[in-house]
Ligand binder design. Structure first.
Ligand SMILES: [Zn+2]
Length: 412
């Protein structure tokens, strides 16, 4: 062993490898483990008439590689040798006992072939298969333009290069302005739901789809969409002071806490399987997104839902399957039910005269959850209905008869 470690030209041989090589050689009963006679010239021009077994070879290469990316191949020989390593049309040749090199991944299954000729002219060969897989290339399908308050659907998918089998996908996600959106598997990719808040600044927004392949490489696709301003003029609401009196700081705080708790409890899985439906049939009285003041010079607030007028006591049904998160009387929202549909989507029903469900109940699309009333801040019997994504109010009418909201391109 000392001869091996002190031999000129092979000084990089590691002690660990030398131990392994000695054990292996002993197992094969090969005598005369000496390398002193080997020279570079002798190695390059092996003497004829090799006798006995050639050097023992150890080849290490990954079984799966990315097409077009570098991967390492490590070769160790029991004896110093001319080592020639070939992979497709890439080839490396050195005179050494250990070799580490890198090749560019090729599509499909290609063998790494190692050919070794030691100083005595003895030849050994080894090979190992390397399978090359193509990188996944993500694409984004999203609207080009939405109005503040619109729900939007973002789909991402990925394709591989046509002439290579596809690499496995380890992770994938969609970001809106750098924030990861809740998404789930859909067709050959992912589907995400998002909402642009009513108070959001109009202008461009950036979407990014990211796919991480089995080799840890991130692949990106970017898209932008334009957020258009709220097209509605500010309304001035004339509401009797006695009605407005229900809106106190304490009441608002109480309701904000109830809503925050409901939105924090969103289960990750989607509960609905069929399109959303209207919770009551009635007369639409005030649309979503209307900016309004409750008195001259007052602050502008937005109408976060759709108002549907109907006679007191009209049954209200769940717009889709879900779990009841909130069911109770509140000072401003009145008789309130919040149904959690999963996947970040909740529906809210205000001003009910009576509530027919309890917190924790599982409801099915069309189940009666309560009855129309005029409780809380209300001037007459109606249902105020909201649809939210991650707690952000969206236009409820964008959900009707749809499994998912589709991009809405409204022009002011
Ligand atoms: Zn309303």
């Amino acid at each position: 062993m000392s001869a091996l470690r002190t031999a000129p030209r092979w000084a990089r041989t590691s002690l660990a490898f030398a131990v392994v090589a000695c054990v292996v050689l002993a197992g094969f009963g090969v005598a005369g483990f000496g390398v002193g006679g080997a020279t570079r010239e002798a190695g390059r021009t092996p003497r004829a008439a090799p006798s006995g077994a050639g050097p023992l070879l150890y080849v290490e290469a990954p079984g799966r590689v990315a097409v077009g990316s570098r991967f390492d191949v490590v070769v160790s020989s029991s004896d110093p040798a001319v080592l020639r390593v070939r992979y497709g049309d890439q080839e490396v040749e050195v005179v050494d006992q250990d070799l580490r090199t890198a090749f560019l991944g090729l599509a499909h299954r290609v063998e790494v072939e190692v050919h070794a000729t030691d100083g005595a002219g003895r030849v050994a060969e080894a090979r190992t298969a390397v399978a090359g897989y193509g990188p996944p290339t993500p694409t984004i399908d999203a609207p080009a333009r939405v109005t503040v308050g619109d729900p939007l659907t973002v789909r991402m998918s990925w394709t591989s290069v046509p002439d290579a089998p596809p690499a496995l996908v380890a992770d994938a996600w969609v970001e809106l302005d750098g924030r990861i959106l809740e998404a789930h598997a859909f067709d050959d990719g992912l589907l995400a739901l998002a909402a642009v808040p009513l108070a959001a600044e109009p202008g461009p927004r950036s979407l990014r789809a990211i796919v991480v392949d089995e080799f840890g490489t991130h692949h990106r696709a970017d898209a932008t969409f334009e957020v258009a301003p709220n097209p509605h003029p500010v309304q001035l609401l004339v509401i009797p002071a006695s009605v407005l009196a229900v809106s106190t700081d304490g009441g608002r705080e109480l309701e904000a806490q109830a809503l925050a708790a409901a939105f924090a409890a969103v289960p990750p899985e989607q509960r609905w399987e069929v399109p959303f439906m209207l919770p009551i049939v009635g007369r639409g009285t005030s649309g979503f997104g209307l900016p309004r003041r409750y008195g001259p010079g007052g602050n502008v607030s937005y109408h976060l839902g759709t108002d549907i007028a109907a006679p007191e006591g009209t049954p209200i049904v769940a717009t889709n399957d879900g779990v009841v998160r909130v069911a109770g009387q509140y000072p401003i929202k009145g008789g309130l039910v919040i149904v959690d549909h999963g996947f970040g989507v909740t529906s809210l029903y205000f001003h009910q005269s009576r509530i027919a469900v309890a917190e924790g109940d599982e409801v099915t699309r069309g189940d009666v959850i309560g009855f129309v009333g005029s409780t809380g801040l209300s001037t007459g019997p109606h249902l105020h209905w909201e649809m939210r994504v991650d707690g952000v109010p969206t236009d409820p009418m964008a959900w009707i008869d749809r499994h998912y909201p589709v991009p809405i391109a409204r022009v002011p």
